[in-house]
Write a protein that binds this ligand. Structure first.
Ligand SMILES: NC(=O)c1ccc[n+]([C@@H]2O[C@H](COP(=O)([O-])OP(=O)(O)OC[C@H]3O[C@@H](n4cnc5c(N)ncnc54)[C@H](O)[C@@H]3O)[C@@H](O)[C@H]2O)c1
Length: 296
């Protein structure tokens, strides 16, 4: 594998493009939005600088990585010789299904089609293509250049050969891939989201305050960040939508999202990206304080 196409150049897409380019793959980074592509390139450059400062790569490595990335707004111009496509577009079923239908038409037969989805069924995505055996999940973690894990998700029809190829490729990126089967939430979010939801219920039922809940999990369980702050960073809207996928997929009330989470999302309090969730975030400042709404 040499040619990689990455669809979507947002938070995850720019990190995925960065990691492939750093490991000397040729990367076509594709987004419908030119501004998103420009922003992605500047983020990648900043993150490469950070790696140079830390001694992870040198200036030559940085220059080579940047040369390896080309950007496109038209999918067909970026994917026509791709060995692998990693789709990291907006988490929306209709958007993803339409991208995969299109990819199936325009990519060579050999191309493996991967999705970085956090929660949408790989089996369902594969079923809209004529090559479900070559459709697989590559669930990178944020921030991609730093986090070691790739959850490799086998759809119902994904072949052993394709799974092995993607596992090998993930190791070549310096990552530690873990193979899992395609059921709602896969492994990471099936375990993480109920914990976050339970933390929200714990606040909602008046057991303890926001800071107290996070402190218990940080100091008591050695988590680097409390579950409520982690929810803010993931995006409360993202947490809500993943919980709904778990709830629908298993039909089990234990996954029902806490009504407080639904209310916060409805009101536009989506966490760090919107400036406020359980905590308040000020642009350009590292200071994070518990939101006034959650102060006793
Ligand atoms: N953010 C995370 O922490 C995280 C972690 C793991 C997985 N994911 C998954 O990664 C994917 C991307 O998430 P993100 O946080 O990077 O989103 P994002 O909103 O930052 O970026 C999505 C990008 O996709 C582009 N896009 C939308 N439709 C497109 C299309 N048809 N063709 C090309 N580009 C298109 C948008 O313009 C945008 O730039 C989602 O499936 C998400 O569930 C996110």
């Amino acid at each position: 594998m040499k040619n990689i196409a990455v669809i979507g150049s947002g938070t995850m897409g720019n990190g995925i493009a960065h990691v492939f380019a750093q490991h000397d793959y040729r990367v076509a980074l594709i987004d419908i939005n030119q501004d998103a592509l420009d922003k992605a390139l500047s983020t990648i450059e900043k993150n490469l600088d950070r790696q140079v400062d830390k001694g992870v790569i040198n200036e030559q490595g940085k220059a080579k990585a940047l040369q390896n990335i080309h950007t496109y707004t038209q999918m067909e111009n970026g994917v026509y010789e791709a060995d692998l496509v990693v789709e990291a577009a907006t988490e929306n079923v209709e958007i993803k299904l339409s991208i995969f239908r299109e990819l199936d038409k325009i990519c060579p037969d050999k191309t493996i089609l991967a999705s970085n989805t956090s929660s949408i069924s790989i089996t369902k995505i594969g079923a809209v293509t004529g090559r479900p055996g070559k459709v697989i999940g590559m669930h990178f973690m944020n921030p991609v250049p730093v986090m070691k894990l790739i959850e490799v998700i086998r759809g119902y029809a994904t072949t052993d050969e394709v799974t092995d190829q993607v596992m090998d490729l993930s190791r070549k990126l310096g990552k530690s891939p873990v193979e899992v089967n395609d059921y709602p939430g896969f492994v990471a979010n099936r375990i993480l989201m109920p914990m976050i939801n339970e933390a929200i219920y714990t606040y909602y039922e008046g057991v303890a305050g926001v800071e107290e809940i996070d402190t218990v999990m940080k100091l008591g369980m050695a988590h680097p960040m409390g579950p409520l702050q982690l929810a803010d960073f993931i995006g409360l809207d993202v947490c809500l939508s993943i919980l709904r996928v778990l709830h629908d997929g298993f039909g089990n009330p234990k996954y029902a999202p806490c009504p407080l989470l639904a209310n916060m999302v409805e009101a536009g309090y989506k966490g760090a990206k919107s400036g406020e969730g359980f905590y308040k975030y000020t642009k350009g400042s590292k200071e994070v304080t518990v939101s006034e709404r959650f102060k006793k």
